[in-house]
Design a protein around this ligand. Structure first.
Ligand code: CUA
Length: 338
């Protein structure tokens, strides 16, 4: 009995030390959504449970190593098992796991709790950028702006491979799957005004680690004002609009405008140049070629760019938007000859 009391004290001390230590090192980033509250509560219970389990195993082991160390020429006892002990160490973990399953289902229900007035946004992942379609208002953006303390319903989808939408400060995460009818939903109620980052949490190719987008949580009034501005669309010349689409549709992820090679050909000096295709033939980069390449990227593949094919981004652009982008590409050649 003396041994059990001593081990119990050792386990209690170890549990407090490990649990306090794990809680103090800040495993989680800032808590910035309503959903993260439920997830963090559950996580905290897990931390204390694993701290206790760790202490229980290590405490008994350390105590046994020190106190029951075999002495010179001592014969060990042989045990045949202990039925009551085995029943106890089966029943207690079973109850613990069932209890956590109950807590987990409760937390899941809270995280998925729907607000009928949620702002509808579609997050589209493509190699390797995000764009956000504000379906209630009919505009798109390359940054995700959300009103604070209002729920946003984010539908995730992809134009090519599987991506995963993840903002660590909001805790929740959802795969973005390609294909019709494969949209998945995610509900986020931001609770802190600030700037965050969407990360891609699914290995999706060479630029996966750089597939980031800005998240800006705003006061509702500022958000509504931003929505009004976006609904008017970008003003200015076709070249200026084209530069805007270049960012918003994520062209910038693969095509530089300063001649730097990326996974796609640079747009600098492209217009009017002779382009060598993968099959060795050549074509002049005129308006018709650019239009086709944006709408149907696989029709003509440029030599040296066969390994990473362009996603069908251009299919979600209007004719006017494609035309603006072509004007923008043209302007990148004119600067050079000036
Ligand atoms: Cu998209 Cu990783």
């Amino acid at each position: 009995m003396k041994h059990f009391i001593l081990v119990a004290i050792l386990v209690a001390i170890l549990t407090v030390a490990v649990g306090t230590g794990l809680s103090a090192i800040g495993l989680m980033p800032e808590q910035a959504s309503l959903q993260s509250v439920f997830i963090d509560q559950l996580f905290q219970k897990h931390v204390w449970t694993i701290s206790f389990l760790f202490a229980l195993i290590i405490g008994f082991m350390l105590y046994s190593i020190v106190v029951f160390r075999r002495k010179e020429d001592e014969q060990g006892d042989h045990f045949e098992g202990n039925t009551p002990l085995e029943i106890v160490w089966t029943i207690i973990p079973l109850i613990t796991v069932l209890y956590f399953a109950y807590l987990g289902s409760q937390a899941l229900a809270e995280v998925r709790r729907a607000d009928p007035n949620a702002t509808n946004i579609t997050a589209v992942g493509q190699q390797w950028s995000w764009r956000f379609e504000y379906t209630d208002y009919g505009f798109i953006s390359d940054e995700l702006r959300l009103p604070v303390n209002r729920q946003s319903l984010i539908m995730t989808t992809s134009t090519d491979v599987i991506h995963s939408f993840w903002v660590p400060e909001f805790r929740v995460k959802q795969d973005a799957l390609p294909g019709d009818g494969m949209e998945r939903e995610l509900r986020i109620t931001p609770t802190k005004v600030g700037r965050y980052k969407v990360r891609c949490a699914e290995l999706c190719g060479t630029q996966h680690a750089y597939m980031l987008a800005d998240v800006i949580v705003m006061e509702p009034e500022a958000f509504d004002q931003w929505v009004q501005e976006q609904m008017q669309g970008p003003s200015g010349t076709p070249v200026e609009r084209g530069a805007e689409w270049y960012q918003q549709f994520g062209c910038a992820a693969c095509h530089s405008i300063d001649g730097t090679p990326r996974v796609g050909p640079s747009w600098k000096g492209l217009f009017g140049e002779e382009v060598t295709l993968a099959d060795g033939s050549t074509v002049i980069a005129d308006e018709a070629y650019l239009f086709e390449s944006i709408r149907d990227p696989q029709a003509k593949i440029v030599q040296g760019f066969e390994t990473v094919l362009m996603p069908p981004t251009g299919q979600s652009m209007t004719d006017e938007q494609v035309q603006d982008v072509i004007e923008f590409i043209k302007s990148l050649s004119e600067q050079e000859s000036d």
